[in-house]
Design a binder for this molecule. Sequence first.
Ligand code: GDP
Ligand code: ZN
Length: 482
Amino acid sequence: VLSDAQRQTIYALSTPPGKAGIAVIRISGPDALRLWRSVVQLKKTKQESLPEPWKFYRCRVVHPESGEVLDEGLAVYFKGPRSFTGEDVLELHVHSGRAVLSSILNALSCLPYCRLAEPGEFTRRAFAAGRMDLTQVEGLKDLINAETESQRKVALQATAGQLRGWLTQLRTDIIKCLGHVEALIDFSEEDIEEGILDDAKQRARDIARHIGEQLSNFRRGEIMRSGLQLAIFGPPNVGKSSLFNFFAQREAAIVTNVPGTTRDVLEISLDIGGLPVVLADTAGLRETEDIVEKTGIERATDRINTADLSLFVLSLPDLVNGGSSQDSISKNIDSILASEITSDNIYVLLNKRDLLPTETYERLESGLQKWNIRGAWAISLATGEGTREFLEKFEQILKERYGLVDEPTASGPRPLVSNARHSVHLETALRFINAFLDTSDADVILAAEELRYAAQAVGKITGHIDVDDVLDVIFRDFCIGK
Ligand code: GDP
Ligand code: ZN
């Protein structure tokens, strides 16, 4: 049941305030057409006739009381329920300027039957009307905030309802399975065919496998949505901060502030080959007695341990000082790489190659190709030598490891689970299904409950199930006009 406030017609500016060619004022609710008659004056058609839906009209926007012309623009009527919110919706496309917009919004505020929309209220109405489910609402929010290609793709998948489709199917499958089990409970044993429990268990195992597959891709989805954690580490003075600045000064750096920036760990958001990357510069790793520096280093170690990938920076001249012959230098580097590249999540940058005498560097070059393959590059951040090659290769590695691959399934491309809220509920559903499998032989009536909980957990993701607390959190982050 809707409250009076929920039934009221709402309006808001849906484009950012500021000077621009056009601004869109959106109006939604039962009195949208009444509002049209009060403020929209058509240029051609007779004033009395009602607008045809989904058609742009050239018009004057007038004050409902004084009749003063406030601006000229376009008006369009979206007839409910085939509109964004499911209600009658109007859009006024007017000139974007402070005085124009405030005069129109003030004029609308004179109308007693409408009010200014709250943040996210249009989308909330779309959800209430069943025009979108929660995964689409969250997808829309992600789409508006998307800054890189991969973020746009994942968000669009969700907005377009692919995740909703997959989850709806999943929930249906669980309920079907439950139906079989209930048949088993409701009828006496002679009435039903042999093997019906086995059949239900097989269905449950298939469902569990599907959920498991989706969860195993979760980290990849999450990286595409919220960013790959990349840490820079290495001894003091090798060029870590120079590397950080090198990334920051590239065109593709998205210089938004990442929360949690501290004195010791600097962070920046980057776009590397379309993938969102959160790059952290850590304090130099070295033994220290200084307590302040110690916390910095501990934090840095933390960061390296939680990062998806790390770039380990070393100074090439420092390595070379340890040896004199070409052989011993190569061996030196070899053994360092062998001990430092402990996982395939670490890449090595041998910096300051400009400081090596040309002939020393040339003698090392043949060995460098071998190191490239293992994920090590010789660069100079001072002169830029080798940085382009490194960046190209690194972009390619990120694309291969984390890029969106459209894995087609029977029902179209497999949507990625990229949102922690979704993965939590999927894990819960999986636990209940496994509980069903474990207990159904012993007590089928109790086991059926587990399936019911599993269906509920999936329903919470799409918003089928009571989720008022979740709703507030999700819609709060929208701005007014969305
Ligand atoms: P960090 O302590 O590891 O963060 O190292 P910094 O980035 O602060 O660099 C330490 C010093 O090395 C600075 O004076 C840099 O200008 C210098 N440096 C960094 N990269 C290079 C390089 O490729 N060649 C040369 N010659 N100097 C460099
Ligand atoms: Zn530094």
